[in-house]
Design a protein around this ligand. Structure first.
Ligand SMILES: [Zn+2]
Length: 675
């Protein structure tokens, strides 16, 4: 994903003002020399005027835009609810939101909406019934490649995706799950932090059981944690789960009983509506095997207690405040350090987006995304693709075979702009006002049935995985496609009225960034039609890695703290994408001028606007504690250093008259060029 994730928080909407010119002149700090610190030169005044709000760990253009989009979204949702036809999308959107917002109604019901679910669990009398219950609970809640979402609280999770073997058809992928805490490390690691997390989790389970009127809460909580710990022991590690080659295991239906005995797989798949499915891709075979054995060997009572807690935990957000406060205190405060819960309306918007994302998105783009923008951006994408193609042709180190494959991938790349061509049909999804939990449950079942109905069918290569109102963008490796939602196609990234220079420096560079991911270490594993097949020759891959080394070194040289620098190798893939994207977008911008001189705006030349727009699109900054954590674990460099990518492009030197004595100056032979 392109943008770093930001925790949404409570704050007033502050707009990045007067963007018709493309560049926010008031944001700049012209007392800083562009050659010494280009990020501060472009953003310094804005950063000074906008300290990080108290309930956030970072701030910047993303946060501002996300807040603005959320405010617009909630207005649309509320307007939709008025005079909506029963059964229409507007009714569903409005009632879903209103049901979540109805705190008094939710409080009055208490945990009563969970009672039928408890009764179902209580009725489990033998292992076949247990298998059936688990099968009925399977949901399409995983997306490992596009959203890098590995997590499900069900024992197993399903991802319906174009198959690796035959990417023209949808296949089922089966994943490990069943843990309340985010990863096996939380259960197994010996560090003090993880030990404390486990203790807090035990307390959390106990409290939740008590709130739901379950007897002997404390003793049951201990057993539940013990069972989850056994599940964690069976789980694959996070890094193994992220390895596509390790995940690609084709099992026939009959293989499950032989390779993973214990769970009654016929009963399981029958209840999941997957009894006719002949093959599956089993992502973590060891975990499926281990968990299947646990279903056979652990006591049925332990399973029933565990499943009861899973239900309470799963719906905590839709239960009275006593429940959701506990959930927030454990998952957000204890595990993530967030002190303050977001306003209820923001959580309600998120929940509505989860359940009815495209219905909300349709309302959003109708009001906020002009058709002309789709045309203008389409032309930009074509120019950037052409620039990329030219760069591939000119690469000295790449063999003709690899070039042919790369170009095939480029020409077949689908770039989705703003919103999908085809909208989701929500007819089969029933939303009842005043039934928050029922709505949430029906939403998951609706989604599951929809994904399941795709199995074996021809793949829709124009499918979207992001909602139009998302402020982000994504590369979909198997579909060889990009999604650029309307949410990110706004100032300061894109403005239909801004000069081309600013749009190419902003969203153009972002488009180039995502395109280049089609050719990096992940992209290299999928060919133009989405087959899992390495299309690089070994010699070329070696050359590509060598070209990256200089860039890794460059980023190693950035030191936000005296004792901690940016990790060049860890952030290399993203830094290559930034450099490739910026360079291709620069070429495309100049091609778009058709030989004409760019018009100066506010005294800024075309090239100056281009590079400033790029740096202003990276106006994001973090608290020192958050920055430290980010440097250690994130695959992206901090925004400031991403803005410094400009120092590898010759035209930047001319545009800002950079001198050899400037801090960011690189001699021409030190400027890195990968693509
Ligand atoms: Zn990226």
């Amino acid at each position: 994903m392109l943008r770093t994730s930001l925790v949404a928080a409570l704050l007033a909407v502050i707009s990045f003002t007067t963007l018709a010119a493309g560049i926010e002149r008031d944001a700049m700090d012209t007392s800083t020399a562009p050659g010494d610190d280009f990020w501060t030169y472009a953003n310094g005044a804005w950063v000074k005027a906008h300290p990080i709000p108290a309930d956030r760990s970072s701030y910047g253009v993303d946060a501002v835009l996300t807040e603005k989009t959320k405010k617009r979204t909630v207005d649309l949702i509320q307007a939709a609810a008025q005079n909506a036809e029963p059964g229409s999308d507007a009714q569903k959107v409005g009632d879903y939101y209103a049901s979540f917002m109805d705190e008094a109604g939710i409080k009055a019901k208490g945990f009563a909406p969970l009672k039928p679910m408890f009764a179902k669990i209580a009725a489990i009398g033998d292992r076949i019934a247990l298998a059936r219950y688990l099968g009925q609970g399977l949901r399409a809640d995983i997306d490992i490649l596009n959203a890098t979402d590995f997590y499900t609280d069900n024992l197993f999770g399903l991802w319906v995706s174009p198959s690796f073997e035959d990417p023209t058809r949808y296949s089922p992928f089966l994943f490990q799950g069943g843990l309340g805490m985010p990863d096996r490390e939380y259960y197994l690691s010996d560090t003090d932090v993880m030990k404390k997390a486990r203790l807090a989790y035990l307390g959390y389970i106990t409290t939740m059981l008590r709130l739901a009127g379950i007897a002997e809460a404390e003793a049951k909580a201990t057993r539940i944690l013990a069972l989850e710990t056994k599940i964690a022991q069976a789980h694959a590690s996070r890094s193994d789960s992220g390895d596509i080659q390790k995940g690609n295991n084709l099992w026939a239906h009959a293989d499950f009983a032989a390779k993973a005995p214990g769970l009654d797989w016929d009963a399981y798949f029958g209840a999941a509506g997957l009894d006719k499915q002949r093959t599956f891709i089993v992502w973590q075979p060891g975990a499926i095997e281990g968990c299947s054995a646990l279903v056979a060997n652990e006591s049925i009572d332990d399973w029933k207690n565990y499943l009861t807690f899973r239900v309470i935990d799963h719906y905590s957000n839709f239960l009275p405040k006593a429940f959701s406060d506990q959930s927030f205190a454990f998952y957000q405060t204890t595990l993530q350090g967030t002190p303050k819960q977001r306003a209820r309306w923001k959580r309600a918007v998120d929940a509505t987006n989860d359940a009815l994302g495209q219905a909300v998105g349709k309302l959003y783009v109708t009001k906020y995304f002009p058709a002309s923008a789709k045309v203008q951006l389409g032309a930009m994408v074509a120019n950037i693709k052409a620039a990329f193609q030219k760069r591939i042709d000119e690469l000295a180190w790449m063999s003709p075979e690899t070039k042919t494959q790369a170009k095939r991938k480029l020409t077949t790349l689908t770039v989705g702009i703003g919103y999908p061509d085809k909208w989701r049909d929500y007819t089969a999804f029933k939303v009842v006002r005043g039934d928050a939990i029922g709505n949430a449950e029906r939403s998951e079942i609706f989604e599951y049935n929809y994904r399941r109905s795709l199995l074996g069918k021809l793949v829709d290569r124009k499918e979207w995985v992001m909602t139009p109102q998302t402020v982000d963008s994504v590369n979909l490796p198997i579909l060889n496609a990009l999604n650029f939602p309307a949410g990110i196609l706004q100032p300061p990234f894109y403005d239909p009225d801004a000069p081309a220079a600013a749009n190419y420096g902003g969203i153009g560079a972002a488009i180039g960034h995502e395109i280049s991911h089609s050719f990096d270490n992940t992209g290299a594993q999928f060919d133009a039609r989405g087959h899992l097949r390495n299309w690089w020759t070994d010699a070329d891959l070696k050359q590509f890695k060598a070209a990256g080394e200089a860039l890794a070194k460059q980023f190693d040289g950035y030191k936000p703290f005296p004792d901690l620098s940016v990790n060049g190798p860890q952030t290399l893939g993203e830094n290559i994408a930034d450099l490739a994207g910026l360079a291709a977008s620069y070429d495309a911008y100049h091609a778009s001028l058709h030989g004409k001189q760019a018009t100066a705006v506010d005294g800024l030349t075309g090239d100056q606007q281009f590079f400033l727009a790029y740096a202003q699109s990276w106006c994001v900054y973090q608290r020192p504690e958050a920055l430290r954590q980010f440097l250690i674990k994130d695959g992206h460099a901090p925004a400031q250093y991403r803005a410094f990518t400009v120092r590898n492009l010759d035209p930047w030197y001319a545009a800002f008259r950079i001198k050899a004595t400037d801090k960011l100056y690189l001699a021409p032979n030190e400027r890195v060029r990968v693509w």
